[in-house]
Ligand binder design. Structure first.
Ligand SMILES: Cc1ncc(COP(=O)(O)O)c(C=O)c1O
Length: 393
């Protein structure tokens, strides 16, 4: 059978060759310096592992409620109440859904909002999935150019809003630049979306990977967690913002596929319906593990990542332009003038250093992404290669 004839235009419209090529090149290298990975390098804290193992042993292996197990949802509701000031439980209040990863929440939200011809405004540079979320739902991703400081401000978003705009997707700390907007910028973006009647989706997967005490005036929650400014933290935001968060990055459990979404109940009802007919529920043992995660203090790990960030920024600044990431574990430095990100990365790979060209995350190919979720010795080796590359060697 000629299978090619059967493949949908939707599938043909998604090109994954760029990133695949980098991974193929990387797979051929012996003893690579791998600074391309988007997952933490620390071991999962013991209580989290134990809770998941015990859940399996206690026979919590079946389907769960589509919305997630009540014990986890209660913890999330409590936390969102502390953190964002959101109120749950009465008619018209927001709802929370436990999802199969942050990606699951994003995909289902797009399914619920986007139709043929609809537009979603995404940042550029963006997390690789964002443009495809829109196109997979028959819509269009409109890229908001955030160079050179990578801030997705209301000023930059406003000219892109049309009658077809359904949503603005904001991400902080961001992938690939780690950038965090300040409280005023978050407020302006929320105000703009309210004025224009479009939904603001806030992808906060790295929210606890926040290096600076952005909001030292607010100390809530036990254990105390670092807090990144969020458009969801303003009065009434629960009616206008869909917050999407995850457990994978914060606790090192990316393979567990755990995330959650909270937002207006009408929208959440549609998202829950799609979850029922696609993922069914988030993995049951992982949901139990994540209840334990909510009591674990990741502060020491985040502090270690912060010191890695400082060291790398200091080194890179001698050679090139780099914004200081306020969170996550990536740097997005500029490549030397006159060279493309792809050409730079090919030269890096020839020296065993695996990083990702900016063109994978952007319409522009002028930067590269380096992940510092790697051991100190890998980072040292990586810096030595970068010193050579920026010196033209
Ligand atoms: C900004 C952003 N959003 C969402 C995701 C997806 O996360 P998950 O593994 O929870 O699906 C990632 C993963 O790299 C990400 O960087």
């Amino acid at each position: 059978m000629e299978i090619g004839r059967l493949i949908s235009d939707r599938a043909r419209g998604v090109d994954a060759s760029g990133i695949r090529r980098i991974f193929q090149l990387g797979a051929q290298i012996e003893d690579p310096i791998n600074l391309s990975i988007g997952q933490p390098d620390f071991p999962v804290p013991e209580p989290i592992k134990r809770a998941a193992i015990e859940a399996i042993e206690r026979d919590h292996n079946g389907y769960t409620q589509t919305q997630g197990i009540p014990a986890l949802r209660e913890r999330l509701i409590e936390w969102l109440g502390h953190d964002l000031g959101w109120r749950f439980g009465s008619a018209g209040d927001p709802e929370v859904l436990v999802t199969s990863g942050t990606s699951g929440a994003l995909f289902l939200a797009f399914m619920a909002l986007m139709g043929p011809g609809d537009e979603a405004i995404i940042p550029d540079p963006y997390f690789v999935m964002y443009p495809h979320l829109a196109t997979m739902c028959g819509g269009k991703a409109v890229r908001c150019d955030t160079y050179p400081d990578f801030r997705m401000t209301a000023e930059r978003v406003e000219p892109l809003i049309t009658e077809r705009t359904k949503l603005v997707l904001y991400n902080a700390p961001s992938n690939p630049a780690g950038v965090v907007c300040d409280v005023d910028e978050c407020r302006d973006l929320l105000d703009l979306c309210r004025r224009k009647g479009v939904l603001l989706i806030s992808d906060e997967i790295y929210d606890e990977f926040t290096f600076d005490d952005f909001q030292s005036d607010v100390t809530v929650g036990v254990p105390k967690k670092p807090r990144c400014p969020s458009p969801a933290r303003f009065d009434g935001a629960q009616d206008d913002v869909l917050v999407i968060r995850g457990f994978g990055k914060t606790y090192g459990v990316t393979g567990w596929r755990m995330g959650y979404a909270a937002g207006p109940s009408e929208l959440m009802g549609h998202i829950a319906k799609f979850q029922q007919y696609t993922y069914v529920c988030a993995p049951s043992m992982a949901q139990h593990g994540c209840i334990a995660a909510m009591d674990v203090d990741m502060g020491p790990v985040v502090a270690q990542y912060k010191s890695r960030r400082d060291r790398l920024v200091q080194a890179l600044r001698q050679w090139t332009e780099v914004t200081v990431p306020g969170g996550a574990f990536y740097l997005f430095p500029r490549v030397p003038e006159g060279m493309s990100g792809t050409a730079f990365v090919e030269r890096a790979i020839a020296k065993k250093l695996l990083v990702i060209p900016g063109g994978i995350f952007s319409e522009k190919d002028t930067h590269f992404r380096l992940s510092f979720a790697a051991s100190e010795s890998q980072l040292d080796r990586g810096l030595a290669v970068l010193a050579d590359l920026y010196a033209g060697r």
